[in-house]
Design a protein around this ligand. Structure first.
Ligand code: ZN
Length: 191
């Protein structure tokens, strides 16, 4: 039962991958994925995701399995504040610590609520975002701020600082990681 809903979600992500050249160029689809049972971990943010109607097939497949997902938050209240943690969360669909195990690539589905500011952070692994629903303003150290919408991709190099601002819409994004530091977590910039 659980496998079936997670497989539906993985198939929806694979369809998005197959339709998005930027994602295909970023990394080959992992061939060694094996499903494993992980305990569900609901977070406050899933209430918002459940209410958010959007046409994207990954968005809908996520809603269908949302209560079974192992939701995570990388940051502490001290780093990002109480409000941020009420309206943010992600799952690792596949990867070293994912619902599907693989060391070839890491695939997250991540959500941030409207009005949030995700401060400057970085990580060793290279990263690409593909927006599924909503929009946000991305900032990197080397280019002007850019507003992204469904279908847009945004690449971050190894250890490149980046930040994100949510305006009047939330965002749901597929995020892939590759290369060194695949199993690490992002770190806030030291100020
Ligand atoms: Zn990042």
């Amino acid at each position: 039962m659980q496998d079936h809903l997670f497989n539906d979600l993985l198939n929806a992500v694979k369809s998005r991958y197959d339709a998005t050249p930027d994602l295909q160029e970023f990394g080959a689809w992992p061939q060694d994925m094996t499903f494993r049972e992980i305990a569900p971990n609901p977070l406050p943010a899933i209430r918002q995701i459940k209410k958010w109607q959007a046409p994207d097939p990954v968005h809908i497949a996520l809603q269908n399995v949302i209560d079974l997902c192992n939701w995570k938050q990388t940051y502490t209240e001290e780093e990002v504040g109480f409000g941020f943690l009420q309206d943010y969360g992600y799952i690792e669909l596949f990867g070293p610590d994912g619902h599907f195990l693989t060391n070839e690539l890491r695939g997250y589905i991540a959500y941030w609520g409207r009005g949030l500011y995700y401060p400057w952070h970085h990580h060793k692994a290279e990263e690409i975002y593909c927006v599924l629903s909503g929009s946000a303003v991305f900032e990197v150290d080397t280019a002007p701020a850019r507003t992204v919408h469904p279908g847009d991709c945004q690449y971050h190099a190894s250890d490149q600082p980046h930040a994100m601002t949510l305006k009047s819409a939330p965002i749901l994004a597929l995020v892939l990681w590759r290369g060194d530091g695949l199993a690490d977590l992002p770190k806030m910039q030291e100020t």
